[in-house]
Ligand binder design. Structure first.
Ligand code: SAH
Ligand code: MG
Length: 195
């Protein structure tokens, strides 16, 4: 993997205000993946592929990441980036809306990383649970949404997202099959292990 190229892609994404994974969140996920050595990771929300490329380092032998993105420009860039960094054989990109694509997937995954439309988190959770291996882990980024999720004042613009993120938190904490931790790193990271 070409790490210099990866750093360039990161810098470029930050300059263009593409919401890539934050360093402290990545640090936590790195540790989890290092220990888990997953064979199959599912990512919902690829953007330009930065997080998927970072995660690809921790795949077990012959492992693979499936990721989903609906924005055409980002799809194009992600595909180019996978080649530049030399990980195009490890990462498969599904092109389109995850809401339509997820129900058509039937693979099993060791880790699912949810990082797309906040209003769809409960649906993504349902789909992730359907495809999660025993002892698998579901990670959800931006779960505290700049603190809006914990505050009782929300502008109309955020209200739907906040409602669905709260719903997500309620479901992962009440599900007896999951052991959940929520960390205040980055924009909030929920870690749910299937037990
Ligand atoms: N995981 C990336 C950042 C993803 S940003 C990283 O850390 O590098 C969130 C992305 O999800 C955006 O590019 C957006 O276009 C995409 N997205 C949002 N809702 C989606 C949906 N329903 N289906 C597919 N992609 C979606
Ligand atoms: Mg994110």
């Amino acid at each position: 993997m070409n790490k210099e190229e990866l750093q360039k892609i990161k810098k470029d994404a930050l300059e263009k205000h593409i919401p890539i994974i934050m360093d402290d969140t990545l640090e936590v996920i790195d540790k989890i993946l290092k220990e888990k050595k997953p064979n199959k990771i599912l990512e919902i929300g690829a953007a330009v592929g930065y997080s998927a490329m970072c995660f690809s380092e921790y795949l077990g032998e012959g492992g693979r990441i499936d990721t989903i993105e609906r924005d055409e420009d980002r799809i194009k860039e992600a595909k180019e980036n996978f080649k530049k960094v030399g990980v195009e054989n490890k990462i498969f990109l599904y092109e389109g809306d995850a809401v339509e694509i997820l129900p058509t997937l039937n693979d099993k995954y060791d880790v699912v990383f949810i990082d797309a439309a906040k209003g769809k988190y409960p649906f993504f959770l349902e789909q992730a649970l359907r495809m999660l291996n025993d002892e698998g882990i579901i990670l959800a980024d931006n779960i505290l949404y700049k603190g809006y999720v914990m505050s009782d004042y929300n502008k109309h613009k955020q209200r739907t997202a906040v409602t669905h993120l709260r719903q997500y938190i309620k479901e992962i904490t009440e599900n007896p099959e999951l052991e959940t931790t929520i960390l205040e790193v980055g924009d909030g990271l929920a870690i749910s292990k299937k037990i």
